[in-house]
Design a protein around this ligand. Structure first.
Ligand code: ASP
Ligand code: MG
Length: 424
């Protein structure tokens, strides 16, 4: 008998009626002859409310207690979901992260999963039960409750699908799939039918916000097919899966924008071995997540270093740099806190050229100045002023014809450029 993991996000279990609807879907899957594991998030904005409540009590609550508090959101949902399934005449059992032996690192609110003991779940499934698991939470080896970072119920679901060898991990949400761009910003964005793990990973970390980043890394590592779909309709959503030859024909799969970035330029960094290691080592030690980094040396003895961080980390970042300035002798630090990143992603870029060209020409025709360009083999990113971000995204989306189904498929003639790696 095949196993399926169905994960319902906060909006899909927001109230009694929605929980009942999700329960009907779960029962239907069970009645079709599958073993069903359900993962749920906290209802609606419950997690935000709990954080706000904690902050009312103390601006900096102990992280141990915060994890204990936040884990209650998902615990509410599992019990309610199990009740809803019982009412439909099926056997269901709710399980917390601790009960299914989801062991995590000993970091209270951003813990990573270390292992899951599948035996408890398997036993319940073999007894004919539907197992309802609380997302987003685990326990440490010494039994402390942890949470796995905002949005991490997705990660719980994918991890369970991996250990149970599920045939698919379905992510039920309030959108009907992954779009070629955020439909709130680009009205004619289109639902993508199939996307590779790698592309999805790029889009997720570039701000597409559909799924938790780490869940996609796990899915890629363990080859779990993930189906992102709406909990309100029956239409198929987007399948996130391993790369296949058809995907290569599509040069650009999606476009994304990340706002709220800051760019820092360090002038006159001593041009000698070990400088980058010291600077980024010091930032990493303070948990500053650094995005794109560019270093260029143009004069003997000195180099410039440019990089971006999220605005949330900017204060810490500047503090660290000021400390370093005295120690290693940095020149001026130029900060621009109003940067956005617009990117296009597609595995087809590996074998087709002309993508970078088209992207830059599009921004030029919109009179948008590019501050910085970075690339990977399946992505081109441009840093631009935040105020122009939405307009840039729409222009790029239109230029690559992303609003038209299959429009980005290459013609036969262009296929002749295949096999030139890093085509762009
Ligand atoms: N409830 C948690 C959050 O809001 C986890 C999740 O929904 O994935 O971040
Ligand atoms: Mg989510």
């Amino acid at each position: 008998m095949s196993t399926i993991v169905m994960k319902f996000g906060g909006t899909s279990v927001a109230d009694a009626e929605r929980i009942a609807r999700a329960a009907r879907r779960v029962v239907k899957a069970k009645e079709s002859g599958q073993q069903v594991v359900v993962v749920v998030s906290a209802r609606g904005h419950r997690t935000d409310e709990l954080i706000a409540l904690a902050q009312e009590i103390s601006p900096k609550p102990p992280t141990r207690e915060l994890a204990v508090l936040l884990a209650t959101g998902e615990q509410e949902s599992i019990a309610l979901m199990a009740m809803a399934i019982h009412k439909l005449g099926h056997e269901a059992i709710s399980q917390t992260g601790g009960q299914i032996g989801l062991l995590s690192e000993a970091v209270y609110t951003k813990a990573r999963i270390k292992s899951i003991d599948a035996s408890r779940i398997t036993r319940e499934l073999n007894n004919g039960r539907i197992v309802i698991v609380a997302g987003f939470q685990g326990v440490t080896e010494s039994g402390e409750i942890t949470t796995l970072g905002r949005g991490a119920s997705d990660t719980t679901a994918v991890a369970l699908a991996a250990v149970l060898g599920a045939k698919v991990c379905e992510i039920y949400t309030d959108v009907d799939g992954v779009y070629t761009a955020d439909p709130r910003l680009v009205p004619d964005a289109r639902k993508i039918e199939q996307i590779s793990y790698e592309e999805m990973l790029e889009l997720a970390s570039l701000g597409a916000g559909v799924m938790h980043n780490r869940s996609i890394m796990l899915a890629m590592k363990y080859r779990v097919p993930v189906h992102v779909r709406s909990s309100f309709t029956d239409t198929t959503g987007t399948l996130i899966t391993k790369e296949n030859p058809m995907m290569e024909d599509i040069v650009v799969t999606g476009a994304s924008v990340a706002k709220n970035l800051a760019r820092l330029i360090l002038l006159d960094v001593p041009h000698k071995p070990g400088m980058a290691a010291r600077i980024f080592g010091a930032l990493a030690a303070r948990n500053v997540v650094v995005d794109d980094i560019v270093q260029s040396a143009f004069a003997a003895g000195s180099a410039n270093m440019t990089f971006t961080v999220s605005n949330e980390d900017l204060d810490t970042c500047q503090l660290v740099l000021e400390e370093l300035r005295k120690k290693i002798g940095l020149g001026e630090i130029v900060v621009d806190p109003t940067i956005a990143k617009v990117s296009v992603v597609g595995v087809g870029m590996r074998s087709h050229s002309g993508v970078a060209d088209k992207m830059f020409a599009t921004l030029a025709s919109e009179n948008i100045n590019i501050e910085m360009i970075t690339t990977s083999d399946i992505k081109i990113s441009t840093l631009i002023p935040q105020g122009e971000a939405d307009r840039a995204l729409r222009a790029v989306h239109a230029a690559f014809g992303l609003h038209k189904a299959g429009a980005t498929k290459t013609s036969k003639a262009r296929k002749s450029t295949r096999k030139t790696r890093k085509g762009k």
